[in-house]
Unconditional design. Structure first.
Length: 189
């Protein structure tokens, strides 16, 4: 069993923020792979389904970004999972928009959701970092991260989220390299 976590902030006013791209990824994965409706549990929303032969629990913490780790820890404790069983989808300033990189471990790089995750579960979880680009100056970061995607970004965003969901079987199987390469090929075509 794996726990896949989409990071974001709950509430309709945050729905299209760049900071919520982790929530968006979780929603599209759930839709594409026919997961049941979410249940309110672990201070968030959880869906239990399968991707390929793997059982995947999809969790969207309802604790707000800065306390995401509490929700994840509760789910891990309930299902007796370890940190390496966790995959987190989130926004990454240091990647160009719509670029995706997968890595395991590392620091928070200023991301409060990841900081909370590390605090509550340690750092050895898999990260699916979804690029949102840097606005160019540190004074503009908060507005950029907490700003809505622009209209011109919507079609590439929809394509990206669909591609992540379509290639999620590789993630479920632990083949991060194949996931990244097939994702890149899908987005080129």
């Amino acid at each position: 069993m794996q726990l896949w976590v989409g990071l974001g902030n709950p509430g309709p006013q945050y729905a299209m923020h760049r900071h919520n791209v982790g929530f968006m990824a979780a929603d599209v994965i759930a839709n594409v792979h026919d997961f049941p409706a979410p249940a309110k549990k672990f201070q968030g929303w959880i869906q239990d389904g399968r991707i390929g032969s793997q059982r995947i629990l999809l969790l969207k913490p309802g604790t707000f970004m800065n306390e995401s780790g509490r929700s994840v820890r509760a789910a891990m404790d309930f299902y007796k999972l370890d940190t390496p069983d966790v995959t987190v989808f989130y926004d990454e300033l240091d990647l160009v928009p719509m670029q995706v990189k997968v890595k395991r471990g590392g620091g928070a790089a200023g991301h409060n959701g990841i900081r909370s995750m590390i605090q509550h579960i340690g750092e050895d979880f898999r990260r699916v970092r979804i690029g949102i680009g840097h606005p160019g100056h540190k004074d503009r970061v908060t507005g950029h991260v907490l700003g809505n995607y622009h209209k011109s970004e919507m079609e590439p965003l929809i394509d990206l989220l669909g591609a992540i969901a379509a290639e999620a079987t590789w993630l479920a199987e632990g083949n991060d390299v194949r996931f990244q390469s097939d994702l890149a090929l899908r987005l080129q075509g």
